[in-house]
Design a protein around this ligand. Structure first.
Ligand code: C5P
Length: 130
């Protein structure tokens, strides 16, 4: 079976993590996530992340190290996060309901999508080290 990858970006600027608030599906409406999306055929995961962040947030980015575990999703998908730098642009929500910036202290109280909760300790560590 082909494993399809969903990529997500952990973008930290000035000690805060960028999160984006989903609109859909209904079960995830209003919950916050690391922005990203599915790798398309012919793309590398980091190409896909660059494209998704351009489409969703209007920013140019560069993916760095992986962060956290790979999370298995339904339908043979796996979800993977990368520490990501903004190269140019100011993020704005083109597809999400909103974006927000959260400190390590604020993060545990954020309504994250369930899959991304797996990364909470890693994200808090990255924020405190930044
Ligand atoms: O955003 P999109 O719907 O393309 O994401 C594909 C799948 O990956 C969905 O099931 C979504 O819930 C999941 N996902 C996630 N956490 C993210 C990004 C996507 O669980 N940060």
């Amino acid at each position: 079976m082909n494993v399809c990858v969903v990529v997500a970006a952990a973008i930290v600027v000035d000690g805060r993590l960028l999160l984006a608030q989903r609109r859909r599906p209904a079960a995830l409406d209003g919950l916050w996530e690391l922005p990203g999306g599915k790798v398309e055929p012919g793309e590398t995961p980091t190409d896909a992340l660059r494209r998704e962040l351009r489409e969703e947030l209007d920013i140019e980015t560069e993916a760095g190290e992986r962060i956290g575990v790979e999370v298995p999703l339904a339908d043979g998908l796996v979800l993977r996060a990368y520490l990501t730098e903004i190269v140019s642009g100011i993020p704005r929500a083109l597809d999400h309901a909103a974006i927000g910036w959260f400190s390590a202290a604020e993060l545990p109280a954020v309504d994250l999508v369930p899959n991304d909760r797996m990364w909470l300790p890693d994200l808090e560590r990255a924020l405190r080290a930044s």
